[in-house]
Write a new protein. Structure first.
Length: 210
């Protein structure tokens, strides 16, 4: 197990052919498709593909046993926030938030993995003077509690910009991560991260997340 104060990683070796699972999944209109035992069982896979599918389902079951609510997804793309002063899609550096103590658990089995950014190497976008001034104009008001509430309602306060010279780190494929979320009274800073860029025609990313 490796990691820092706000991110723990269990490094593992994957067993099976996860690329075969990705190839067997047909894309429909949805960007993200939830996978379960029935959907995976209906795929035409060889022994190595079945082994890979079984490993994902075993990890899913383990998280359920911990009282979590995991999702196993095939992700071709995510919704993008093309407009606005502060992008709020998952491709932007951001932290997860919760109303009670919680962490985010995730593992990428196939495809590009998420990236993390040291807290000292990032600044909240709402704390950048030019960005804050633009948000105040959009808010059409002044600094104060109402403005802070508006920022939170729109999730602007959860998104970050990398400082010059920042060096992101990769979550890697097959590694199981537990990353800190932002909530009142959290003992550590939240983990700043982002989803990887999607490449047309590259096939789906296979991700377990809770």
């Amino acid at each position: 197990m490796t990691g820092g104060v706000n991110a723990l990683c269990w490094e593992r070796t994957l067993h099976g052919d996860f690329a075969a699972v990705a190839r067997a999944l047909a894309r429909g209109e949805e960007m993200i498709v939830k996978l379960d035992a029935a959907r995976l069982g209906a795929l035409t896979l060889d022994g190595a593909g079945r082994e890979a599918a079984g490993m994902m389902l075993e990890d899913f079951a383990r998280l359920r046993e911990l009282g979590l609510q995991p999702e196993l997804n095939a992700i071709w793309d995510y919704p993008r926030d093309a407009e606005g002063i502060v992008p709020t899609d998952v491709f932007s550096w951001h932290v997860d938030s919760a109303t009670e103590p919680a962490d985010t658990w995730l593992c990428t089995y196939f495809g590009a993995a998420s990236e993390g950014l040291p807290n000292a190497a990032a600044v909240r976008r709402v704390d950048v003077a030019e960005t804050r001034a633009a948000l105040l104009r959009e808010f059409d008001g002044d600094e104060g509690a109402a403005f802070e509430e508006w920022l939170a309602e729109n999730c602007y306060d959860l998104h970050y910009a990398a400082r010059p010279g920042a060096r992101p780190w990769a979550f890697g494929v097959g590694h199981f991560w537990r990353i800190a979320a932002q909530y009142e009274g959290a003992p550590v800073p939240p983990c700043i991260h982002r989803a990887p860029a999607t490449v047309p025609g590259a096939g789906p990313r296979l991700l377990l997340i809770s």
